[in-house]
Write a protein that binds this ligand. Structure first.
Ligand SMILES: [Zn+2]
Length: 553
């Protein structure tokens, strides 16, 4: 009996302590001095840093890019510290603060040495498409990312009360930034013209997404065609000629210059809109709907909306950095972003949100354009590399089956075939290296595992080390000479370690951001630690960067 009384007393004590601090537990756990209600992350797919300067005179509204430059902070020398400089790796680095060797996203696609097949960065066959009959378009999730993201850490810090969403034209541009614990990610289905998702996030699309899709906005935007925003003289004075044989023709082989007619795609081809600035309008319209309907930034618990503008990448690939299309695309993106920021000022309040803007990678000049001006430039794509490697093996009486894949300039050995044919790693490496290093466009071949001692400048071998993980990388990495593009005879591409692909903008604006310019070198991996510091939350698990203290109040 005495024992029972003691137990009861103890229970009373425990219970009373549990009840007592209720008022404290409802309040947010930690708050930094300038903690915003909302973080907006913007990735402009393929934006080179120099566009900030080159296009500055043509940003007319003070509310778009100029808002960052006049009222916020600009890190002018932000570099990507790994290869390959492609979309999936870039979005993952921005939101994890980490590099492919740690977060596992070694390309948009990679040959998986464990699964022995090519894997797409966000593929996930365990989930189903939501919002489309196009079944393959939605079997996507962030499961292939090995580390946590800013959004995941924000969720953990708020006991999952923070809301986190991702929106983009590209699936990977929405899914990876939103993170593992996201409330939703929505991307564009080029077959139907709708924004879709996957069962990873929920069984059905939210009503507001269905309502937005029902507006058929791609049709009304196609109806406007693509006309220039500024007088022709501006483009003539600041760009290459409008029509060039080395530009691609995404709107049909006879559509070679402005104005571009888009009306004929209504009801017929919803993929074309990604190649126009209107792709950015779709993303901002969806972002506004998400802000309203998911009540983002409406209370003191910080939410995050990750936006990725994919259209600049499609436009850039087709027409290159010096084209009328690229300049006009950024003039229009400036207006589109101004509309978003004005909306945020009204909905969330000017001092209540923080925005960062960066790019997932930059881009090379179109090789033929560079050559026209006697600047080094050429093409050597993965297909040509594979052909050369096979020719090399044939000429040395070795089986082509010794190579599993060639992707992002990585050469993947088939180790099982090597064992069965009794071909040593050293022999295969020597044969391929000696052959490729005689090619005029090749700088050198690096053994990925030994990249840390490769005889190239330290900052470059560090990029190779940071891009390598045994399960998802090749055995050899081809380093081309500067200006060589892994692309096609028309248009351009990106993916290598040189500055034209690796130097990206990094702009900050809003709550907690100190106005100014940072000219010292910063890295893409510093973005997530900076946001974590601003929010007073844990850095993502694999983060290797440092907070950029100069931009924080
Ligand atoms: Zn691209």
């Amino acid at each position: 009996m005495r024992y029972l009384v003691l137990v009861c007393f103890c229970l009373f004590v425990v219970q009373s302590y549990a009840i007592d601090p209720i008022s404290k537990t409802i309040a947010p756990i930690t708050k930094t001095a300038h903690q915003p209600k909302l973080v907006i992350g913007i990735v402009v797919d393929q934006m080179r840093w120099d566009y900030v300067n080159r296009f500055k005179p043509f940003f007319s509204s003070n509310k778009g890019f100029l808002r960052f430059l006049n009222e916020g902070a600009s890190c002018n020398n932000t570099m990507i510290p790994y290869v390959p400089t492609v979309t999936a790796c870039g979005h993952t680095c921005v939101y994890t603060g980490s590099v492919p060797s740690i977060h596992g996203i070694t390309g948009n696609n990679w040959f998986d040495n464990v699964k022995q097949r090519t894997v797409y960065c966000v593929e996930d066959n365990s989930v189903q498409t939501v919002g489309s009959t196009n079944n393959s378009a939605g079997q996507m999730s962030p499961v292939n990312v090995w580390t946590s993201t800013i959004g995941d850490e924000l969720k953990l810090a708020s006991n999952f009360k923070s809301k986190v969403y991702g929106i983009s034209i590209k699936d990977r541009g929405a899914i990876i930034p939103a993170g593992h614990a996201a409330d939703g990610a929505f991307w564009y289905d080029s077959k139907t013209g709708n924004f879709i998702s996957s069962t990873y996030y929920g069984k059905t699309l939210p009503a507001w997404v269905n309502n937005y899709n029902a507006l058929h906005r791609p049709d009304s935007l196609y109806n406007k065609n693509w006309n220039l925003s500024l007088p022709n003289a501006v483009y003539e004075a600041n760009c290459d000629t409008d029509e060039n044989a080395y530009e691609s023709t995404p709107f049909g082989k006879d559509a070679k210059h402005f104005p571009y007619s888009l009306k004929e795609f209504i009801g017929k081809d919803y993929g074309k809109i990604a190649n126009t600035p209107y792709g950015n309008d779709l993303v901002v319209e969806m972002a506004k709907q998400a802000l309203i309907n998911e009540h983002l930034g409406a209370d003191s618990i910080t939410d995050m909306l990750a936006i990725s503008f994919s259209s600049p990448d499609y436009i850039g690939h087709a027409f290159g950095p010096d084209s009328w299309e690229t300049l006009d695309g950024y003039v229009k993106l400036d207006e589109t972003m101004a509309g978003l920021f004005t909306f945020l000022d009204q909905k969330v309040g000017k001092d209540n949100y923080t925005v960062f803007l960066t790019a997932d990678h930059a881009v090379a000049n179109i090789p033929a354009f560079a050559k026209k001006h006697n600047i080094p430039g050429d093409n050597y794509d993965d297909g040509a590399l594979k052909t050369d490697v096979i020719a090399c093996l044939n000429s040395n009486n070795l089986s082509p089956k010794l190579i599993s894949a060639v992707s992002e300039y990585n050469i993947y050995y088939n180790h099982a075939i090597m064992d069965s044919l009794n071909v040593s790693y050293e022999k295969l490496t020597n044969v391929i290296t000696n052959y490729l290093e005689k090619k005029s466009l090749v700088l050198q071949v690096v053994e990925n595992r030994k990249a840390a001692i490769a005889p190239i400048p330290q900052s470059m071998r560090e990029k190779i080390v940071n891009g390598y993980t045994p399960q998802r990388s090749g055995d050899l990495m081809l380093v081309t000479k500067s200006g060589v593009v892994d692309g096609y005879p028309t248009g351009t591409s990106h993916g290598v370690l040189y500055n034209y692909d690796a130097h990206i903008p990094l702009l900050w604006y809003g709550a907690g951001i100190k106005k100014g310019t940072v000219n010292g070198v910063t890295y893409m991996t510093d973005i997530a630690p900076t946001v974590s510091t601003l929010l007073g939350i844990q850095m993502p698990s694999g983060s290797i960067g440092n907070p950029i203290l100069e931009v924080l109040k």
